[in-house]
Design a protein around this ligand. Structure first.
Ligand SMILES: [Fe+2]
Ligand SMILES: [Fe+2]
Length: 326
């Protein structure tokens, strides 16, 4: 992630949608406090041109803080329209969704969690649910997300999408419930933003006792961040608080058992463990296949999650192999 700046927000060039009309002025940073306008609002973005400015590789372009909301609105609108286009492949749709979501996660990083970021996250969730309804291909989804630039975004979008696939396999039909599920899943690790970054990136096996205790506060901190906004449904806050619990009472922070867990958190806790194995990260550079992840959950972890949710995840995973075999 690029340095923070009080007036400007960086956007990774790879997260720009190629060939679309960019609604904001784009700048290149040439010094600590110096920015040069290279593309005016209304021009079409061409990544190849933007990637090499004066023959230098430019990874980030910069947008004025007050214009940033316009860029997000634009990208979410494009993603919403693209998801219903039959001419696009599932992989292209996931890519467009993750580009729009990347802008929202950048907003979270540089502006913080406020009304705007929360409402943008809700819009991302609407697109995620719509995408899962039309394309339920788990492998395409996970493979496409593996290209995503930001690690937390990659993980959060994966947990959100997998949670929706599980809900669909459980035949949950209430759209509002599924959207709350997807939103809690998208924001489930937001409490990590309140921890020192070096701790977040440290493998758990290398953490001291005190570091583990601090790390395990992130579900509570995340819930508090959301509740302080004053408009977040309790269900969404409960998902965030309980995403590291499991049905056998061996999770954290409260060691809840299945019966005490929030029904939506049961799904997200399972999706979270599954995505930690199947989506690459600094601590998991070699992502496992979905089937390997299920086997690990059963044989190594003793399948600690809610049984119905796990059966639904098995349906989601096995459907992929059945498709591939036919
Ligand atoms: Fe977490
Ligand atoms: Fe997580």
């Amino acid at each position: 992630m690029e340095d923070k700046h009080p007036k400007m927000i960086p956007i990774p060039v790879r997260d720009l949608i190629n060939g679309s009309t960019c609604p904001v002025n784009l700048h290149v940073r040439i010094g600590n406090d110096k920015f040069v306008l290279i593309e005016k609002a209304g021009a079409k973005t061409f990544k190849d041109r933007l990637l090499s400015y004066e023959n230098k590789t430019v990874e980030y372009l910069w947008v004025k803080r007050e214009e940033y909301g316009r860029l997000i609105d634009n990208n979410i609108t494009i993603a919403g329209v693209m998801v219903s286009q039959q001419s696009l492949s599932a992989a292209q749709k996931v890519q467009i969704l993750s580009q729009a979501a990347a802008c929202v996660f950048t907003e979270l990083e540089h502006i913080g969690l406020g009304f705007d970021t929360y409402s943008h996250a809700r819009q991302i969730v609407e697109v995620t649910v719509a995408l899962a309804e039309t394309n339920n291909n788990l492998n395409t989804l996970l493979n496409s997300l593996n290209d995503c630039s930001d690690e937390l975004l990659r993980h959060s979008l994966a947990v959100s999408s997998v949670s929706v696939l599980i809900a669909n396999a459980l035949n949950w039909e209430n759209k509002q419930t599924v959207e709350k599920l997807a939103l809690g899943a998208l924001l489930h690790d937001i409490g990590l933003k309140a921890l020192p970054p070096e701790l977040v990136n440290k493998p758990r096996a290398l953490m001291s006792f005190e570091e583990i205790q601090l790390y395990e506060q992130h579900p509570y901190k995340g819930m508090q961040m959301l509740l302080s906004l004053g408009m977040v449904p309790d269900d969404v806050a409960a998902i965030v608080y309980e995403h590291h619990e499991n049905a056998i009472g061996q999770g954290y922070p409260r060691k809840l058992r299945n019966i005490k867990m929030h029904p939506l958190a049961k799904v997200v806790a399972l999706a979270n463990d599954f995505c930690e194995m199947t989506v690459r990260s600094a601590t998991n550079p070699q992502a496992r296949s979905p089937r390997e992840a299920l086997i690990t959950m059963e044989t190594v972890m003793g399948q600690p999650h809610n049984k119905e949710a796990f059966r639904a995840l098995q349906i989601v995973v096995n459907r992929e192999y059945a498709k591939a075999a036919s």
